[in-house]
Write a protein that binds this ligand. Structure first.
Ligand SMILES: NC(=O)c1ccc[n+]([C@@H]2O[C@H](COP(=O)([O-])OP(=O)(O)OC[C@H]3O[C@@H](n4cnc5c(N)ncnc54)[C@H](O)[C@@H]3O)[C@@H](O)[C@H]2O)c1
Length: 312
């Protein structure tokens, strides 16, 4: 009863405006909730901005790059492969052309710090003034399936280098560019802040039944921790950072595993609460959410999108 009374008093005070504040209710609402004037679908818009996508030559990165174009963003695609896969790439080009958006594809090895620096300098410098860079989606990654007793030190370092060091280098390069161009940004909602999304994995949270992939899982757990620390350093300066931890997705990465171990799809399907594996298109929503103003109060967090695999 006491708590109900306190709640009722608070409601009353809010309705009338805090005594002596001199702020009318309308003004107070505008200060307190700058996103409230945007109709809900507009919260998910990515228009008037540029988003950088790594690992964009195929799989998750290319599928989400297409979704970002459909959401109104110019997109800078980066990947170690010399060219993105067809026919998907041509479809993204067509979508961008139809909407008058800018879409580029360039080579980048995310483990090479000087390449990363120049790729991000160039992405920020060549963004259209009407479409400043405001987002990074980092999908580049590699898998290693090997008994831990057999893993050579070079292989261990390679996976950590691509998955964890690469995540750090692209986040750092993005933050250096964005923070230097937006020195007075802060953590308020509704401004022109930026959002970094790193692709982790549910494998950063668990040991996978049927897979010997200690190195990969350690690298992805590192991505989750990186997000928390970088959020601590950058969020009050207007730069949010979160991760998505997908469950099993049918892409070239898992196709290679299924070639080697044909029993895996059935094993993993049994462990999914939804009774199936996922496809890359199912990660468009989570990525758009985290890159847009819809997630304005979310930073330093990991979004598990795993069909319930880790819920039991
Ligand atoms: N497929 C899954 O089941 C699954 C599950 C959880 C997380 N993930 C993660 O999702 C992300 C995308 O995976 P995917 O399934 O689309 O795999 P994918 O192999 O199809 O795509 C990965 C992309 O990263 C690129 N890449 C690799 N090394 C690079 C480097 N050094 N520099 C730049 N680009 C590089 C590859 O060329 C490729 O285009 C990865 O981080 C992966 O770990 C995948």
């Amino acid at each position: 009863m006491v708590s109900e009374k306190i709640f009722a008093d608070n409601v009353k005070e809010t309705e009338n405006g805090p005594s002596g504040s001199g702020i009318a209710n309308g003004e107070e609402a505008a200060i307190a909730a700058p996103l409230a004037t945007i109709a809900a679908p507009g919260l998910f818009s990515l228009s008037a901005r540029t988003i950088i996508v790594t690992g964009a030559a195929r799989g998750l990165g290319l599928t989400i790059a297409h979704a970002l174009v459909e959401s109104g963003s110019d997109v800078v695609c980066l990947d170690i492969l010399p060219a993105p896969v067809e026919p998907q790439w041509s479809q993204v080009v067509q979508s961008a052309n139809q909407r008058g958006l800018k879409l580029t594809y360039s080579h980048l090895n995310v483990t090479d710090a000087s390449q990363v620096t120049s790729a991000f300098e160039s992405a920020f410098a060549s963004a259209r003034p009407s479409h400043p860079v405001r987002g990074l989606l980092h999908c580049a990654g590699i898998q290693l399936l090997k008994d831990a007793l057999e893993v050579e030190p070079e292989k261990f370092r390679q996976v950590i280098d691509v998955n964890l060091t690469g995540s750090f280098l692209v986040s750092q390069a993005f933050a250096r560019e964005w923070l230097s161009k937006n020195p007075s940004a802060n953590g308020s909602a509704g401004g022109n802040g930026a959002s970094i999304v790193l692709i982790g994995s549910m494998s950063g949270h668990i040991a996978n039944f049927g897979l010997e992939n200690a190195v990969y899982n350690a690298s992805k757990a590192g991505v989750n921790q990186l997000v928390r620390n970088l959020a601590y350093e950058w969020s009050r300066r207007g730069l949010r950072i979160n991760s998505i931890s997908p469950g099993y997705i049918r892409t070239a990465m898992t196709a290679a595993l299924f070639d080697e171990r044909p029993y895996l799809p059935e094993l993993w399907t049994k462990a999914s609460l939804l009774g199936r594996l996922s496809t890359p298109d199912e990660f468009r929503g989570p990525a758009i959410y985290l890159l847009s103003d819809a997630s304005s109060f979310m930073t330093g967090a990991d979004m598990l999108v795993d069909g319930g695999h880790t819920a039991h």
